[in-house]
Design a binder for this molecule. Sequence first.
Ligand SMILES: [Mn+2]
Length: 321
Amino acid sequence: MQELFEKLNELISEYDSFIVMGHKDPDLDSLGSCLGLCEIIESFNKKAYIFLDDKNLENYNSNINQAFEKMEKSVTCVNEKSYKKIKGKTLLIITDTHIKDRLEYPDLVDKFDTVVLDHHIKSKNYIKDTRFLYIDTNLSSMSELITFYSEYVNIDLDNVIATILLAGIEIDTNGFNLKTTSRTYEAASTLMEMGADSILKQELLKESKEEYMKRATFIRNSFMISDSIAMCIVNGTTNSKELAEISEELLTFEDVEASFTLGKLEDNLIGVSARSLGEFDVSEIMKQMGGGGHTSNAATQVKDKTIKEVKQEIIDLVKEI
Ligand SMILES: [Mn+2]
């Protein structure tokens, strides 16, 4: 990792200004890594901006404004208009995604030199033409990476930023269960030492009761398709995030080794999110259905089929293995 941090240091010294951007519908990992990066960059006496719709953050996390108010470090957000006023040689740093369509504002990629940092499985449509692209799927989260980077450059992050980073790790690991290594705990420990606040963190991780109840209803209706594989079908229109959350939650039940959650993403498009504790390779099945991923975390989207057909296809493929 030392090599990566040296490379980032070099890049930072080369430019005057920086725009840091995460993915759209930012979660705490995306947001935390953006904030942490900005603080690191500014410690080099350079100006960093976050590309973020800060007026609508509440839509993504009902307690985030409270966190921003408590932050001692000031952050400057830019949007579709205001980024044009940024002066000097500017570098765009993307974190927590490497796919253009997932960006908060994809157009920016064509306007600035770009660096991409991510921990998701590399997709075929990754952002090309970058100054530097770094994808490490062994990382639990971008928050973990940014924590180590701040340690490397010897910066004590703002308490609130440390809190958001810690919450980001918890979100991406589903409470230190998925993709968690000793390094993940090390990062968490560093963030606590930097002053991460567990009460604020809990506030940030609270979800609305409604959302929880909705998910609980779907989970109650889930069923086993083999001795150790659970399936859940979401009624109505859903999104990939909800499907993934349900699959992850199903893994916490006794006897569940792997899980598949499916639901309608839009008309004529069904999403499947698959998770496993690691023994059963869910990517095998998702690949056969046109998707991808790795052993414990995979997904696909299927066009022009009914939920019933997709459900049967999964059941048949599971039987074959
Ligand atoms: Mn992430």
